[in-house]
Design a protein around this ligand. Sequence first.
Ligand SMILES: NC(=O)c1ccc[n+]([C@@H]2O[C@H](COP(=O)([O-])OP(=O)(O)OC[C@H]3O[C@@H](n4cnc5c(N)ncnc54)[C@H](OP(=O)(O)O)[C@@H]3O)[C@@H](O)[C@H]2O)c1
Length: 238
Amino acid sequence: MGRELAGHLAGQGDSVVLTGRDAERARQVAREVGKGRQNVRGIALDLAEPHEIARALSGTGPVDHLVITAVERDVNSVRDYSVERAVRLATLKVVGYTVAVAALREVLAPTGSVVLFGGVAKDAPYPGSTTVTAVNGAVVSMVRTLSTELAPVRVNAVHPGIASRASGSMIAAASRWPSASRSPSAGPPSPQTVRAREATARRWRGAASALATSLRAAVASVNRERAARTTARRFAPA
Ligand SMILES: NC(=O)c1ccc[n+]([C@@H]2O[C@H](COP(=O)([O-])OP(=O)(O)OC[C@H]3O[C@@H](n4cnc5c(N)ncnc54)[C@H](OP(=O)(O)O)[C@@H]3O)[C@@H](O)[C@H]2O)c1
């Protein structure tokens, strides 16, 4: 998802810095995403190694928008719980995401934004998702506190359902479990579904804007009537 977003932004001419755990791989992805343009840079950054994050980001900025999508996908059942994998995932999403935001805080534009990625496993767990569910739930809380701390910078989160590039074991674990069918996106959304959702969003935006216009007109008309009554009372013969 991060790669798609980077490609989209690079395509519209924005300067993009993308990160990955390995420097050469990050540079390679930057070249692919940039398609010959010079506006994409790839740097190494491991969010599960939080003490190194500030140094890795020290040459980056000013920044208009920060999007953090990183995850180390994991199916980790409490029946056979891997402490090592759980610690990496919890560190990556809860501490690593926060440290990355903290490291860029001073170079973030006041009109800028931060978008963190959680996931619907926060509400729709499946066997093996305990740590994933917990860290995605933590993203909800982090958005609340970070938006308080960073205002006027906007802070939001996206919580995707299972998308087509999720790992096979994760799709299998989630889709075997009934809560997956309650997910807003129970399976990989097809391009038609995505287009239909975009069309719905556009319609709602249009409807909301029409509603706002008619409400403003109604308020203006009430205000005019009230002003007319006040004037009439003031100048009425005693
Ligand atoms: N895909 C889904 O079905 C789904 C469902 C629910 C939620 N989500 C959430 O949506 C977000 C994006 O998911 P995705 O499917 O795009 O993930 P993805 O394809 O697995 O990509 C993960 C990215 O994170 C980077 N990464 C992994 N470990 C890292 C670390 N320790 N430090 C820094 N970067 C690291 C990887 O780059 P390198 O390998 O180069 O390091 C890769 O670019 C995630 O937060 C995920 O939890 C996805």
